[in-house]
Design a protein around this ligand. Structure first.
Ligand code: MLT
Length: 404
């Protein structure tokens, strides 16, 4: 008789952003004329930059010609993309990463969710609290956690690393040693960043204890402070203890195109076993590569003109972040983030729960954000707004919130 994976039954509710989508649909049915501004899920709104569109068109034409047509992509990505990533994202920043260590994929969310497969089921994970829900949910599905405790809003057997106003939303090294440590900086959802000396402490800790850091750097393109590291491989010894995830979604607006990559250094070993061949085996077996045309679009992101256009888009979103941050702060909200990251993190007013504030904001201002509690117990009484809206909507949303 077939049996289900009962670990799935431990998950309360649906995926955070599906749940929010459902709430909005219900509200819209009841209020068909409501003019809703969505600053909830971190989805981009600016069109793909012209240089990238040019590359896409060219690649599409190649697919229509027998001489230049391509079938399955190489498992780990086309060399033209892997080599430009290794050069521009890593070697230009003095990080020793080779093109062979780059695994191209259809996005960082999938890679962050899938990476746990190459680790034993009895590894203990540590996550920041609040945290991007994919890290926890994917480990719950794999049976690496205990049951969910509704009172505490936590899963048993997970080490939660509190990220609070007091510690600047940067976790302290845990006393109880985890096997796998998920870190995301610039942070989703708090918008906090980690200084290099801090990140170095985590790398040293992981090496000392034989832990592996799973470093999500999806928002690195939003860093403007030159002191903040873009990659964990800027830290000494990170090649021996860290895997890094990157995304084209937030860097170049690829949420609808789908492209990302994971870096697994060849020096990274667990119990004497290198992880690179395991991840390569997984890719080869379960994945047929990101589409050729999308990888060509990804390559164009690194061209001189592509980079210039993408930087302009990032500056546009960061101006939105400034508008939200300044607008809310000047009307008395306690806000953080939004300086080296496209997320603004705020404390809900008058001790409201984050879901209560979600409803109030939707009903009184017609603005959708993300309740902090959806990111873990540490997110309660907090709320996330994204800078990825259009300028017009961002300005209007801030005005409406100020008038509430
Ligand atoms: C978010 O809103 O947290 C992100 O857009 C979700 C994602 O990148 O998967």
């Amino acid at each position: 008789m077939a049996k289900v994976n009962r670990n799935y039954l431990k998950l309360p509710g649906s995926y955070l952003f599906s749940m929010i989508g459902e709430r909005i649909r219900t509200y819209q049915k009841q209020h068909p004329d409501a003019d809703i501004i969505r600053l909830g899920i971190g989805d981009v709104t600016q069109p793909i930059a012209p240089e990238i569109i040019r590359a896409l068109h060219h690649a599409v034409d190649e697919m229509g010609n027998a001489e230049t047509f391509r079938g399955y992509a190489p498992d780990l990505g086309y060399a033209f993309l892997r080599s430009v990533i290794a050069e521009k994202d890593y070697r230009d920043r003095n990080c020793e990463i080779s093109e062979e260590e780059i695994f191209v994929s259809d996005g960082a969310k999938c890679d962050c969710g899938n990476i746990q497969e190459i680790f034993s089921a009895d590894n203990r994970i540590a996550v920041c609290d609040p945290v991007y829900p994919v890290y926890v949910d994917s480990n719950v599905m794999a049976g690496r956690t205990g049951v969910y405790e509704p009172e505490a809003a936590r899963f048993q057997d997970v080490i939660y690393l509190p990220c609070t106003k007091e510690n600047g939303y940067v976790p302290l090294l845990p006393k109880e040693v985890p096997d796998l440590i998920y870190l995301c900086f610039p942070n989703n959802p708090t918008g906090a960043v980690m200084k290099k000396e801090n990140l170095q402490e985590w790398v040293d800790y992981a090496r000392k204890h034989g832990s592996v850091i799973l470093y999500d750097a999806a928002y690195e393109a939003y860093i403007s402070d030159p002191e903040i590291p873009h990659s964990i491989y800027e830290c000494e010894g990170a090649r021996e203890c860290a895997i890094e995830f990157r995304s084209f979604s937030k860097t170049a607006g690829f949420t609808g195109l789908r492209l990302g990559f994971t870096v697994v250094p060849k020096d990274l070993k667990v119990e004497g076993t290198a992880l690179w061949p395991l991840w390569a085996r997984r890719h080869g077996t379960k994945y047929n590569g990101a589409p050729y045309i999308i990888q060509r679009a990804g390559e164009a992101v690194y061209s001189k003109e592509g980079r210039r256009q993408v930087r302009e888009q990032i500056a546009y979103y960061m101006e939105n972040a400034r508008i939200i941050y300044d607008g809310l702060r000047s009307s008395g909200y306690e806000v953080s983030g939004g300086v080296n990251a496209p997320y603004i993190w705020l404390r809900t007013p008058e001790g409201m729960t984050s879901w209560e504030f979600f409803d109030v904001l939707l009903e009184q201002a017609g603005v959708v954000g993300t309740p902090g509690a959806g990111f873990g117990p540490g997110g309660e009484n907090h709320f996330r707004l994204t800078a990825f809206g259009s300028r017009e909507n961002t300005v209007e949303a801030v005005e409406r919130i100020r008038k509430m």
